[in-house]
Write a new protein. Structure first.
Length: 269
């Protein structure tokens, strides 16, 4: 019975997330094809619909489910859920390592656009809204639910594939960033980056840490060129993205070992 409830929760989440996102994007695609969404006003409306409609779909879905279950009453409860971090100091330095590894991978694989770096830092809050908030659904709900039934690696893989496919209608939105990207390359990126995000959540139990890393990843796509996402998958890119996963695994192993040693020391005191 308990497993059936978990499965129903996952299915309900996915149905709501895809319905809200794909429904919004269907309106945008129709508007573009019919010439309704055009000009500066049309473009602005498209980005608002993508950002606060489709982009917020995972968060909307989780809020609807939690509200239905009586686990949240309003926005304050949702903000507490996002900001809740059991060990803030540990979460800060772990997140900093993950942010640095993401930067290193981009610097090693892409070319810097030449724009002032501080402009991108100022845009970080915008990226939190334009992508980061998704983490309330993907890593904050879906992956933990899947981990109740499957091992972490398989759960991360499933989440990454679903996350990547969830973006699919954006390839038909003429003004979207994805319209010029290679879908298999983007899907591989979602799987690898999703694994890293999942590992970060596993280490910190902080949705906000994942929100920050997701926003940082989106921000770096503006700081550096995006050839890895616009061209077919190459061995070089697969190796570089794999190296980020390897770094995340090494960090995870070191933290796990450190926690184990501390536990042993405290036990013998």
């Amino acid at each position: 019975m308990y497993k059936n409830k978990e499965q129903n929760g996952i299915l309900q989440y996915l149905m709501l997330t895809f319905l809200i996102a794909w429904g919004t994007e269907a309106v945008i695609i129709a508007g573009e094809r019919l010439g309704i969404l055009k000009g500066a006003a049309g473009t602005a409306l498209i980005f608002l619909l993508i950002g606060f409609g489709a982009g917020f779909a995972p968060a909307y879905a989780v809020c609807i489910l939690l509200k239905k279950q009586g686990k949240v009453k309003g926005f304050k409860d949702i903000f507490r859920l996002i900001l809740h971090t059991p060990n803030i100091k540990q979460a800060i330095w772990i997140t900093a390592i993950f942010l640095a590894s993401q930067l290193l991978v981009n610097a090693a694989s892409e070319e810097y656009t030449g724009n002032p770096w501080y402009l991108f830092i100022l845009l970080l809050p915008v990226m939190v809204i334009g992508g980061g908030v998704e983490e309330l659904g993907w890593r904050g709900f879906l992956q933990p639910q899947l981990e109740k039934r499957f091992p972490f690696t398989l759960s991360a893989l499933i989440t990454g594939v679903i996350w990547g496919c969830w973006h699919l209608p954006l390839w038909f939105v003429q003004s979207s960033n994805q319209s010029v990207m290679n879908f298999p390359s983007f899907l591989l990126y979602c799987i690898t980056f999703g694994f890293v995000l999942g590992l970060l959540y596993r280490l910190t139990k902080s949705i906000f840490a994942c929100v920050l890393l997701h926003a940082w990843g989106n921000l770096l796509q503006g700081m550096f060129t995006r050839s890895a996402l616009t061209q077919p998958v190459s061995i070089k890119m697969a190796a570089l993205w794999g190296s980020e996963i390897l770094m995340a695994i090494i960090v995870s192993m070191l933290i796990t070992r450190l926690k184990r040693e501390r536990t042993i020391i405290n036990t013998h005191k």
